[in-house]
Design a protein around this ligand. Sequence first.
Ligand SMILES: O=C(O)CCC(=O)C(=O)O
Ligand SMILES: [Fe+2]
Length: 347
Amino acid sequence: MIQKTASNVNGIISRRAPETVFPPFEYANLLDHADFGDWRDTLATDGYVVLPAVVPRETALRSREAALSWLEAFPRGFKRDDPNTHKTECLPVQHKGGMMSCNGVAHEQWVWDVRGHPAVVDAFAKVWGTDELVVSFDAITVAHPNRTDIYDAGRWEHMDQSPCRRGFHCLQGLVNLNDCGKDDGGLMILKGSPALMGEFFDMFGREETRTWGPQDFYSFTDDQHQWFYDRGCEWVKVCVEAGDLILWDSRAMHYSVSPTGKTDRAVIYVCMGPTKLLTEKNKEDRRYAFENYLNTNHVPYGETFVNPRKPGIRSDTGLPDQDDDGIPQNPRAASDRILKLAGVKAY
Ligand SMILES: O=C(O)CCC(=O)C(=O)O
Ligand SMILES: [Fe+2]
């Protein structure tokens, strides 16, 4: 039962926090102390870390080419070398200036080549302490620079974790498919925010959860930011090169910005956690999503969210996208390795 004992702290009304509703998580304290003696200390302190050249540069660049070929294969006239075609009418349904989860893209082989790369698995394994991992069926982004026809390009500061969880719960990541400098769009992270999240929600309450669907999402309002700035948090635009892996604690406040330079931003999102955390329901959901080429939210265990197969609504016509049949152009092979990472085959 939510109790609203209002008190006024620095002009902001705070409410007594309800009890957290999720059961304790065995890894909740994993990043409490920066005493690993390696890059995990940066992850624990800053809430994110960049691991250079995890995927070979050539593999990353090849996947970017594949992403562009995938876009060109739709009958909408997109051509990578013709900026006049880098607009809504020529592209599948996108969000935030380039994020795509349509047409079963999460299950394209070129996406799995990066998402399931052994070195990406190793990085997640180092944090979790096991290499028996399951991976999300996440979106991709190809964002073209200087677009003026994007309907939801604004800031969207959020975290991908329910405020009702205590402590660390999920490790997110993305692999950049090309170089991403200061003008090339990219991930914005509020450095240092994860460690403060528990205190923030204890103070301001957890009863209001703003999400697009999954429980593990919370959208921050502008007036909530100052509390973090007052405690030393700063926004960082993460710049990376092709093949670099960015890892972040899902409690980090973050959003992305669109490119303003000359080149596109191309990214594959990836999120892994221990397979042993999967419930029977998680396994069923994942098998269904895998076999039907569906997307999930980031966290592969806990409260999984499977995006139903439904063509996205086009922002240019207001109608469902006729070209979205939900089927990848080159579906992933069902290899032993992929089946295990998908969580549909036991290790
Ligand atoms: O595109 C990005 O860098 C961030 C996207 C995002 O919010 C996420 O993957 O959770
Ligand atoms: Fe996010």
